[in-house]
Design a protein around this ligand. Structure first.
Ligand SMILES: [Zn+2]
Length: 343
């Protein structure tokens, strides 16, 4: 089965002011990673634009109209979120890329796919752009998978920021499980362990708020004690990954100490769960990552975890003692105890 990298050099045109971390060089890093995997036999697919119907499953009409009106204009939508004249087209391509990746995986043309996209998506709410994000790409993907017949979809988000948009869009929906590891307290302010979903969706939002400074072992602890056992009980028909690399120790925005090999290990663990639960169906989509060297290396490690014959990708071991992972796992387990059997 080919590995599918959905990307386009046009993502470079979603630009923000010089000096801003969300700059076009990030798209060039993605192009270098994609080219390296093309040489190793990966299939590279150029995306088509998401349709209005696909976007409207997770965004309201006023938001879609507002983003469409930015076409051809350079605007500030909030303190962090700018558009260039090209952003509307590029954002529709980014959302379309994850739609395409989901279709290929759900139709078993490939079991794994990685969508390399700009702009990111997980902060975008149903009704507004936020935190560099115009459309919530991973939410569009989850809704599309449901429309294609997936009964249960899991989203795991290891970006250093909490995916407020993804959580809110699905918080009352028991068919979409949202699990996030993130720095807390931190931007965007959401993601406490006690946020567990609402109504019929209670228990289907799982937050692992990690204190700044968390290391690889902390992530391993929360994966072993919460993320992986909850996924195995939920038994998704498709696993989606919000793959942000801003928890990396080199990242200028995030305050975590995660190393490059840990991104390979986390992604490999998620693929293993997908192989147990859903015939290996897993789609990863890029989110943040603001140190270019760390982004390139971590993205490469994550892509390798979804390759046809992945290397072992073990968890790295550091010698730094930290209780951040245990604390986050304990808080999450207390909050979700009524819903999941975690021993
Ligand atoms: Zn982020």
């Amino acid at each position: 089965m080919p590995l599918i990298l959905v990307h386009t050099e046009r993502f470079a045109e979603h630009q923000t002011p010089p000096g801003h971390p969300e700059r076009s060089e990030r798209a060039e890093v993605m192009d270098v990673v994609a080219e390296r995997w093309r040489e190793r036999g990966a299939e590279i697919v150029a995306p088509r634009e998401a349709t209005h119907e696909q976007l409207a499953r997770v965004h309201d009409a006023a938001h879609l109209r507002r983003i469409a009106e930015t076409a051809g204009q350079a605007l500030a939508l909030d303190a962090d979120t700018y558009t260039s004249p090209e952003s509307y087209d590029i954002a529709r391509l980014a959302a379309g890329a994850v739609v395409d990746a989901v279709e290929r995986v759900m139709e078993s043309r490939s079991h794994t796919a990685f969508a390399l996209v700009r702009p990111p998506g997980h902060h975008a709410e149903r009704d507004r752009a936020m935190g560099f994000c115009l459309y919530n790409n991973v939410a569009v993907a989850a809704a599309h998978a449901r429309a294609l017949g997936a009964g249960r979809v899991a989203v795991v988000d290891y970006d250093v920021h909490h995916g407020n948009g993804t959580q809110h869009i699905f918080e009352a929906d028991p068919a979409v499980l949202y699990v996030s590891t993130h720095q807390y307290p931190y931007y965007p302010g959401t993601g406490a362990a006690t946020e567990i979903g609402s109504g019929a969706g209670a228990g289907f939002t799982v937050n692992l708020p990690l204190e700044a400074g968390a290391v690889d072992e902390d992530y391993r602890t929360v994966f072993d004690r919460v993320v992986l056992p909850v996924l195995r009980q939920f038994k998704p028909d498709l696993l989606l990954v919000s793959a942000g690399f801003d928890a990396h120790e080199r990242d200028p925005l995030g305050g975590m100490r995660v190393t490059t090999p840990a991104f390979g290990a986390m992604t490999r663990e998620l693929r293993s769960v997908a192989e147990e639960c859903c015939h290996g169906r897993i789609v990863a989509v890029t989110e943040g990552g603001y140190d270019l060297q760390a982004l390139g290396a971590s993205l490469d490690a994550a892509v390798s975890a979804l390759a046809p014959s992945p290397p072992p990708l073990p968890w790295p071991s550091t010698t730094i003692a930290s209780t951040r992972g245990r604390d986050a796992a304990d808080a999450a387990r207390r909050a979700i105890a009524p819903f999941w059997a975690l021993g």
